[in-house]
Write a protein that binds this ligand. Structure first.
Ligand code: ADP
Ligand code: ASP
Ligand code: MG
Length: 407
């Protein structure tokens, strides 16, 4: 008997009808004799709706209260799904994150799972029950409710799979697997049958929304096979995310990832002297703002330099205010702030052994008249920051030139 952890995302449980359809699928799985633990997200749009609602009450609500609010979304779906299962004659039980002791640190809004007490889940499984666990939520040592960051139900499912030593973790969503790029941007995107943990980690960290990065970190650390597949079709095959050594043929480039959450800030004409990067970035880090790309360039004026970096768009306003203060303090010339930029990245393990991919990428963007504002590379990815109006054009032309639509 295998133990399978399944996760159903927001679109899969978006209405009572969808919830009933998911319950039918779960019932059919259960009839094959496997043990099942199911983790669910809130109904599609609910987390956004509650976030907007909170902002009508308070400009910047406390992160703790936001967690208390947002976790209700998943509490609704675990109850409804369990009722739908019981209605079909299945023995099922729902648990919130705190009931199964999904213990996290106290970083409200982006907490990390530290441990899961598998005792209660195992007890229910032994009784033959289907166990339905709320995604996205946990509890800290002092009993405060926490959330794992947007898309966090993926991580709940993977952490459960790791804690229970499951045979596979299946992430059900609205697309049948991981594609060469977001199929919403490029309809010719091709589904990949297998992807290595390493490439998936890179894709998730560069902003691919299909899996939350921490879920892939868990999968790769505990070597639990992870599959992404569609809940909207019959007999989905999906994409298996597994160790590199299990992959026979490795493509040069496996995917193109975009991230719309980027904002760029530049301080122009700061003194080119030791400690300048520290002076600019330390107030940013004290404000708990994560910095992604950093570029320091030589300015035309002697003794002066330009310093640019990117942050998440949610942190744009706060970071801009900090730079405005720094501009005076450091006698810089001006601050340039731009939250209409995106990051587009090419990812592929094959790039390790292949030079010239970056040049080819820059040529494609040049041919399309797209200006590159920032570049960063590592051995398996190349990222550029460009104006957001060129997002579709950049993704589609790179997809075509690198022939990602072909096997
Ligand atoms: P869920 O609510 O099920 O968690 P998400 O919206 O978080 O679903 O993730 C699924 C979405 O991820 C897809 O609808 C797709 O638009 C997007 N996506 C981005 N990049 C990719 C990719 N490379 N392959 C597949 N889907 C992708
Ligand atoms: N409901 C949460 C979100 O919308 C968690 C998830 O869906 O994974 O981000
Ligand atoms: Mg998601």
């Amino acid at each position: 008997m295998a133990l399978i952890v399944q996760k159903y995302g927001g679109t899969s449980v978006a209405s009572a009808e969808r919830i009933r359809a998911v319950a039918q699928k779960i019932k059919a799985f259960k009839e094959t004799g496997d043990q099942l633990v199911v983790s669910v997200s809130a109904m599609s749009g609910e987390t956004n709706r509650m976030t907007a609602l909170a902002q009508t009450i308070q400009d910047t609500p406390s992160l703790r209260e936001m967690d208390v609010l947002l976790t209700t979304g998943e509490q609704v779906t675990i109850a409804l799904l369990t009722m739908a299962l019981q209605q079909l004659g299945c023995d099922a039980i729902s648990y919130t994150g705190s009931q199964v002791r999904i213990m996290t640190d106290s970083e409200h809004g982006k907490a990390r799972i530290k441990s899961i007490d598998d005792h209660r889940i195992r007890q229910s499984l032994t009784q033959g029950k289907i166990v339905v666990v709320a995604g996205f939520q946990g509890v800290d040592e002092d009993g405060h409710i926490t959330t794992l960051g947007r898309g966090g139900s993926d991580t709940t499912a993977m952490a459960l799979a790791a804690a229970l030593k499951a045979d596979e973790c299946q992430i059900y969503t609205d697309v049948d697997g991981v594609f060469t790029t977001d199929p919403r941007i490029e309809p010719n995107a091709r589904k990949m049958n297998v992807v290595s943990y390493e490439e998936m980690l890179e894709m998730a960290s560069l902003g691919s929304k299909v899996l939350q990065i921490r879920s892939v970190e868990f999968a790769s650390k505990y070597k639990v096979p992870l599959r992404v597949l569609s809940s909207l079709i019959d007999n989905p095959v999906g994409t298996l995310i597994t160790s590199e050594e299990n992959i026979v043929e490795q493509a040069l480039i496996s995917g193109i990832v975009h991230n719309k959450d980027e904002a760029k800030l530049s301080l122009i004409g700061v003194p080119d002297e030791p400690g300048i990067a520290f002076k600019i970035l330390s107030p940013i880090s004290i404000a708990n703002i994560e910095v992604d790309m950093i570029v320091q360039s030589v300015s035309a004026r002697e003794g002066l330099t330009n310093f640019a970096f990117t942050v998440h768009r949610n942190d744009f306003k706060t970071a801009s205010k900090i730079l405005d203060c720094l501009c005076q303090e450091l006698s810089a010339m001006i601050v340039q702030s731009d939250n209409k930029v995106v990051k587009v990245s090419l990812v592929g393990i094959g790039m390790r052994s292949h030079a010239g991919i970056a040049t080819q990428m820059f040529e494609v963007l040049h041919n399309e008249g797209i200006n590159i504002q920032m570049i960063s590379t590592n051995e398996i990815k190349i990222s550029v920051v460009i104006d957001e109006k060129y997002l579709e054009l950049a993704v589609r032309s790179l997809h075509a030139v690198f022939e990602l639509d072909k096997e």
